[in-house]
Design a protein around this ligand. Structure first.
Ligand SMILES: [Zn+2]
Length: 324
């Protein structure tokens, strides 16, 4: 952290020169409290958008700060190495200059260029793209630390890039674990309604997962028993079992996971829009099954919420519990 106080003109230090501060200018980058804040964080680039003629807005899921959107200056003017480091899938180490609106990226160093291996393989590329999108949607509030989601994303991209498993299995494992981190893990080895561990017959998207013969409602999906076993193996990281699974069970698993994720993203976020957030206390959304339990989310300091880009009341602290 650099602090410039009083005076109103910096002395052209290295940091100020890099971020374009004019030594003769009148404190162009000093905040109201007279401080300039630089911070470092590592993260995975989720998305980029054009900004003006030559700049980009880069969305990054970071290790400590959570999901952020930051400006990268001049990266579209030339094929700059700086710009190439800020492409989707790249695991980067960043230095940022904190501003009231969008933070400014002042340095970017590549840690792992996962994109290089993914863009040449269409099934891996599409699976990776779905991972990035899901990570963004599940970290609905900016600047809320989401360490477990970050670690899942890095692990998922690494596994996808090394080519050791079917990309569809890697994606489904990532989605199931991400749902679990969000507090929405489906029941897979017991009935989601009565808890019976006997023979499971159905899978209810809205009901929270597997259901026994007694609880199963008409119209719910009836996956094959090996599909339940495959989903459970992916959630637990039992790759020997998953790698030996049959294609038809993989297909059934993918369909159920996608439908389950979609349902929770739509209903979960919609219900949370009605929840007051000013006190920080939640008493649950009004939509019953759509309102997920709060326990899982709070465990890792992450709560899906309305989209508030520059919420001044947002928590600025970080949590570094390495629990995954
Ligand atoms: Zn039951």
């Amino acid at each position: 952290m650099i602090s410039l106080r009083g005076g109103g003109s910096c002395r052209g230090c290295a940091e100020c020169v890099r971020i374009g501060c004019s030594p003769a200018g009148a404190r162009p980058h000093v905040g109201d409290n007279g401080r300039v804040t630089l911070y470092r964080d590592e993260g995975v680039v989720l998305r980029t958008q054009k900004l003006g003629e030559a700049d980009r807005i880069v969305t990054v899921l970071t290790r400590r700060t959570g999901r952020i959107r930051a400006a990268a200056k001049g990266v579209r003017k030339t094929k700059s190495r700086f710009g190439a480091r800020l492409e989707p899938f790249t695991h980067v180490d960043l230095q940022l200059y904190e501003r009231r609106s969008l933070d400014l990226i002042t340095q970017a160093e590549t840690l792992r260029p996962y994109g290089e291996r993914l863009v040449v393989d269409y099934p891996r590329y599409t699976a990776g793209t779905a991972m990035l999108e899901t990570a963004e949607k599940l970290t609905a509030a900016e600047r809320e630390p989401a360490l477990r989601q970050f670690l899942l994303l890095v692990g998922g991209l690494r596994t996808l890039a090394d080519g050791s498993h079917d990309p569809r299995l890697v994606l489904d494992a990532f989605l199931l674990r991400s749902l679990s981190v969000a507090g929405w893990a489906p029941a897979l080895d017991e009935c989601s309604r009565c808890g019976d561990r006997g023979q499971l017959r159905g899978f209810s998207i809205a009901g929270g997962g597997a259901m026994c013969a007694r609880c199963r409602q008409p119209g719910t999906a009836t996956p094959a028993p090996p599909t339940f076993a495959l989903m459970l193996a992916l959630l637990r990281g039992e790759w020997d079992y998953a790698d030996d699974s049959e294609q038809r069970h993989r297909a059934e698993c993918s369909g159920l996971v996608a439908a389950y994720l979609q349902w929770h993203l739509e209903h979960g976020l919609r219900s949370l829009r009605h929840v007051e957030r000013d006190t920080g206390a939640r008493d649950g959304g009004p939509d019953g099954p759509g309102a997920p339990g709060a326990d899982g989310r709070r465990d890792d300091g992450y709560e899906p919420d309305g989209y508030e880009p520059d919420d001044p009341a947002g928590p600025g602290g970080t949590s570094d519990r390495e629990t995954v």
